[in-house]
Ligand binder design. Sequence first.
Ligand code: ATP
Length: 239
Amino acid sequence: MLKVSNLSVSYGPIPALRDISLEIGEGDTLAVVGANGAGKSTLTLAIAGAVRPALGTIEIAGTDITGWLPEKVAFQNIALVPEGRHIFEGLTVEENLLLGMTARKESGSTASAFDEVYSMFPVLRERRTSQATRLSGGEQQQLAIARALLSKPRLLILDEPSLGLAPIMVDTVYTVLKKLKEIGVAMLLVEQNPARIGEIADHVIVLTGGSVALSGRPEILERQALEDAYFGTLKAATP
Ligand SMILES: Nc1ncnc2c1ncn2[C@@H]1O[C@H](COP(=O)(O)OP(=O)(O)OP(=O)(O)O)[C@@H](O)[C@H]1O
């Protein structure tokens, strides 16, 4: 479904990603772990078309999308829930959701699409006429995920969806992510909590200094393997 080959990204002279290769199978979940500045957000932005790679290719279901603009990538049914959520100020919950419909190819009524996401996130139905910025952090995260889902993504990219949320809200977000996995949505999930990764991921990569230091099943997140990866004694391990 997603194939990234030898991807490198730089911000001017600053290299952010070096020679990254990864694949996500149909309906699979890949978790991406790494310290601050390791390149996790850059990876999500590069796949979504928001930053241009210097080298390498990105393919979705066999189509080379390298260098495509974000709007065009969105029409390949890839949706990004970026770090910080990017809720539109001055718009209501429902108006924010409507923006998610712009990349939707599937026909059918807006009302039934909204019903579907409202049944996943009942609080959004209750608050649909509220200004989105009045929602709590956890509610805004639900809104950002709901908006992404309205495009009916085959691949959902989530950059730290649980960051800064109360544990109960994190539970809500993960309950929805597990439902999405059950219905076959592939995910690339930046997440730092090994317990959460263990619940949902099929595969994990650890980024260090913009490179893949470790790659394998979620069990690789055991302490020793992580320490080896961070300190560079282990270059790569595949299951
Ligand atoms: N817009 C930018 N301009 C210049 N350098 C940037 C920019 N965005 C990120 N960087 C640099 O690129 C590198 C990777 O950053 P990135 O945000 O991808 O890391 P991250 O793993 O997501 O970090 P965090 O966990 O802190 O969000 C860092 O050295 C960062 O300082």
